[in-house]
Design a protein around this ligand. Structure first.
Ligand SMILES: CC(C)(COP(=O)(O)OP(=O)(O)OC[C@H]1O[C@@H](n2cnc3c(N)ncnc32)[C@H](O)[C@@H]1OP(=O)(O)O)[C@@H](O)C(=O)NCCC(=O)NCCS
Length: 186
């Protein structure tokens, strides 16, 4: 029997090339049960690395026995989703007294899915956002991401389709309160 040993740390600039490779594999492989090939190709326009998160110190890496297993983070900035290449991003700072912090750019290496990597990152994001005074979190989920977010207590508030990359990619805006009786998953 093997047991996995998950550890976490903040991503640094030196990690960026390895993160891009992990994201590329996760986009191709982990979305296959949810999207067709043209939708996966199209999703590359609206997914991937947002280096602002690394610069902000709000982007986590999870390692499994020292191997890069996944990444994801949160943001105190307005952008809801997308990578560096996605048009229409906004670096405007959110107001914790009235805005929801964002969960951003969650990717697990296909060799490390269903080990709790995503769940651990969400718990880290919630803890960090709460520490800055945010009382809720929002995100825009792919169909591949939705089961994770639902398992972590997020609820769907809106369905949408983004076709800026070609084929329409279904997306779900989801929200979670950080106050009240949601279980702490850390
Ligand atoms: C979304 C993603 C990051 C999930 O990562 P993960 O590390 O495998 O998730 P976890 O192991 O923490 O899953 C926690 C729970 O979420 C749910 N879940 C996660 N992936 C699931 C799937 N493919 N099918 C059904 N439930 C799933 C389960 O309840 C799971 O708990 P369980 O394994 O004990 O049943 C990963 O699938 C991925 O990289 N997808 C492609 C990129 C993407 O679309 N990211 C989201 C952008 S919004």
């Amino acid at each position: 029997m093997t047991t996995s040993q998950l550890t976490h740390r903040l991503a640094q600039r030196d990690d960026i090339e390895a993160l891009k490779a992990l994201m590329d594999a996760a986009i191709s492989e982990n979305q296959r049960p949810f999207l067709d090939a043209s939708q996966i190709a199209s999703s590359r326009m609206i997914m991937g690395l947002d280096t602002q998160l690394v610069e902000d110190g709000t982007y986590f890496i999870v390692e499994d026995d020292g191997q890069l297993a996944g990444c994801g983070g949160w943001s105190r900035r307005a952008t809801m989703y997308g990578g560096d290449q996605t048009p229409g991003r906004s670096a405007a700072l959110l107001d914790p007294t009235k805005d929801a912090a964002r969960v951003r750019a969650m990717y697990t290496d296909p060799k490390h899915t269903r080990k709790g990597v995503g769940r651990l990152i969400i718990a880290l994001c919630e803890e960090a956002a709460k520490a800055e005074g945010f009382t809720s979190m929002e995100l825009v989920a792919t169909l591949s991401g939705e089961p994770l977010y639902s398992a972590c207590g997020f609820e769907i508030v809106e369905q949408m389709v983004d076709d800026r990359g070609g084929a329409g990619v279904p997306l779900l805006q989801m929200r979670k309160s950080l106050i009240g009786d949601f279980p702490n998953t850390l």
